[in-house]
Design a protein around this ligand. Sequence first.
Ligand SMILES: *[C@@H]1O[C@H](CO)[C@@H](O)[C@H](O)[C@H]1NC(C)=O
Ligand SMILES: *[C@@H]1O[C@H](CO)[C@@H](O)[C@H](O)[C@H]1NC(C)=O
Length: 180
Amino acid sequence: MMMKKMGAWMLLALLTLVGDWCGRCYGCLEDERIALLEVKALTNPNSIYMGDWVEYSSNCCEWSGIECDNTTRRVVWLSLRRARDLSLGDWVLNASLFLPFKELQSLYLGYNGLVGCSENQGFEVLSSKLRKLEVLDLILNKFNDKSILSCFNGLSSLKSLYLSANEEITGSVDGNRLII
Ligand SMILES: *[C@@H]1O[C@H](CO)[C@@H](O)[C@H](O)[C@H]1NC(C)=O
Ligand SMILES: *[C@@H]1O[C@H](CO)[C@@H](O)[C@H](O)[C@H]1NC(C)=O
């Protein structure tokens, strides 16, 4: 009798554990999913590349260009390279768009027609909140010496910043500082 009761408890505990685990192995965080849909709406609503970024798809971790942490299910890798519709013209970025991705490590924004950032909405708005952000790829955009500074006051956690083929930039990055 005692053993049976204990067995039942153990089964219950096991089911709870599996349930908890599967809640994570499926799906992604709802606020990140909503943020991704917003990114799509702002950059390329009819995108082929972001074709699977759709309202009715609940697991944003499986969408193209995205990788989630296997445990937390938060987005850690986000590639929007060539994702934007360039017929929309120049892109003045509001980096707050990426604030919901609290565990983001790598962000690829290459070839998107980026010319600069909105006032006080450069990547420094992310640096205190996105402590794991290490890689920022901005290649093949349209920054120049002046406009790139609108995006960077501080680079804190960044380890790699890619800026090649932004033809108007003559400066370089030294440690944590952008030298123009
Ligand atoms: C998640 O797990 C898969 C398969 O085990 C692995 O290939 C992938 O690199 C992992 N992703 C992360 C972000 O840890
Ligand atoms: C940038 O985005 C944030 C969050 O979406 C918003 O609150 C803010 O008004 C925007 N700023 C500009 C200059 O567009």
